[in-house]
Design a protein around this ligand. Structure first.
Ligand code: AMP
Ligand code: GLY
Length: 429
């Protein structure tokens, strides 16, 4: 069969690498892909916001399965457009993707169906939002309703910061129309975990958990990024906790969406806070995490394509393979200045040496080829990923590989995975 992957970041490179290994797959295409993806797939220069071109390409190549990586095209309805043209799509419809595309929709759904999350209210009028901030009290969180490239949630330690956040979203429109409405919610305390489950419209299949490191600098200092690295599995997220999350969060959410006319097919990413009262939802995303996907695929057992197909077609799950007892770490190597402004076009060295180390995979996030040379082309440039028998080994291997790589201004966190080491206990699954 032939598979088309839409997207061109580290997540899509990891998916392409895994999908290309499937014995069911004869050819992989990526639109637009990147130089790393080009090692596993034929890259075609079509953008995710050109659905007619994607349909024409998929028909011409007789694509059997299309996997949509990023949230922006999903929320914009790309899965609907391609499905209407008769294609089989891994990724939710626009109505189901609203679980990520609108915080107000997601929070109202959780409230209606008793799914544990932070207490909240939503507003389209700044004066009323500010008044509610006083009811909640600081610390609290102000969130732009729509997509904001991971920057739309503002944690406020004081009411002054909350007032400024409301102004930023609603009056200054720092996130454009995404900030026309805001959610104001209570601040939750606990360990954050990203949990992934596949969904085929009415049933869910748990995958695994990972812990992301969102702040740009060591010790969780500095501004938030798309994610500077992660590790998987997460020791505290044991079988009992996974079962509880499936029963109290994932399955009720999928049932709620189906009942409201928006059955969910694809991967559901539950951003969770493990509070003293139990796991509660921070946010839902309608896709794999980036870089969580990189840490997941290198651990994932067997062939993923039958799973993706079952989700896409709304069919029963094939027999599950147990996850091996291994741990993985992905360290994101970023451009100098990221998540602020950064230069691009800088030559990258050392990837081959990094990848010659056993257990290491270097996934490309923001790279390009210029005059035959690999250069930087984004904020997060590479996801250096290692898989070994335990977390300590994965951390050591990933950082040894990172040290082989160099480009001008490159920076990365040096403490990815350390939180997992502190929470002790051997890895599960
Ligand atoms: P979000 O975009 O909703 O995932 O929020 C980004 C980050 O803000 C999360 O990863 C959390 O670290 C933090 N955050 C969001 N909502 C809350 C909350 N209610 N309580 C504590 N932290 C939060
Ligand atoms: N790593 C966080 C995200 O993908 O949203």
């Amino acid at each position: 069969m032939k598979v088309l992957i839409i997207g061109g970041g580290g997540r899509e490179h990891a998916l392409a690498w895994k999908i290309a290994q499937s014995p069911l797959v004869d050819a992989v295409f990526a639109a637009p892909g990147n130089p790393g993806i080009a090692r596993h797939a034929a890259c075609v220069d079509i953008r995710a916001d050109a659905p007619d071109d994607l349909v024409a390409f998929a028909r011409r190549e007789r694509i059997d399965l299309t996997v949509i990586g990023p949230e922006v095209p999903l929320v914009a309805g790309l899965a609907d457009r391609l499905a209407a043209a008769g294609l089989i799509i891994f990724g939710p419809s626009a109505r189901a993707a609203a679980i990520e595309g609108s915080k107000v929709f997601a929070k109202d759904l959780m409230l209606r169906h008793g799914i544990p999350t932070a207490r909240f209210s939503s507003f389209d009028e700044p004066r009323r939002a500010r008044r509610y901030c006083r009811d909640v009290g600081a610390p609290l969180v102000v969130k732009a309703d729509g997509l904001a490239a991971g920057k739309g949630a503002i944690v406020c330690r004081t009411l002054e910061e909350a007032d400024a956040a409301v102004a930023e979203c609603m009056e200054h429109r720092a996130f454009g129309p995404s900030g026309a409405r805001v959610v104001v919610e209570e601040f939750m305390v606990g360990q954050e975990v990203s949990f992934f489950a596949l969904a085929n419209g009415d049933d869910a299949l748990p995958l695994a958990a990972a812990e992301d490191h969102k702040a740009v600098f060591d010790g969780d200092r500095g501004p938030n990024t798309g994610g500077m690295g992660c590790y998987s599995p997460v020791a505290v997220f044991d079988d009992a906790l996974e079962k509880r999350v499936m029963e109290t969060i994932v399955r009720p959410t999928l049932t709620a969406l189906a009942r409201e006319g928006a059955p969910y097919r694809g991967v559901l990413y539950a951003g969770l806070m493990l509070t003293v009262e139990g796991p509660r939802v921070v946010e839902f995303n309608c896709r794999f995490g980036d870089p969580e996907c990189q840490a997941l695929v290198v651990r994932a057992p067997g062939d993923v394509v039958p799973l993706l197909l079952a989700a896409a077609r709304g069919e029963a799950w094939p027999p599950a393979h147990p996850w091996p007892q291994v741990a993985s770490v992905c360290v994101c190597v970023a451009s100098g200045g990221y998540p602020g402004q950064y230069a691009t076009g800088l030559p990258i060295r050392g990837i081959e040496a990094a990848e010659s180390r056993p257990g290491v995979h270097v996934f490309h996030a923001g790279t390009a080829t210029r005059e035959g040379r690999l250069v930087t082309a984004g904020g997060r440039v590479l996801g250096v990923t290692a898989v070994t028998e335990n977390l300590e080994g994965a951390i050591a291997t990933a950082y040894a590989a990172v040290r082989e790589i160099s480009f001008e201004g490159m920076h990365y966190r040096t403490d990815i995975g350390r939180r997992g080491e502190r929470s002790a206990a051997p890895p599960r699954r």
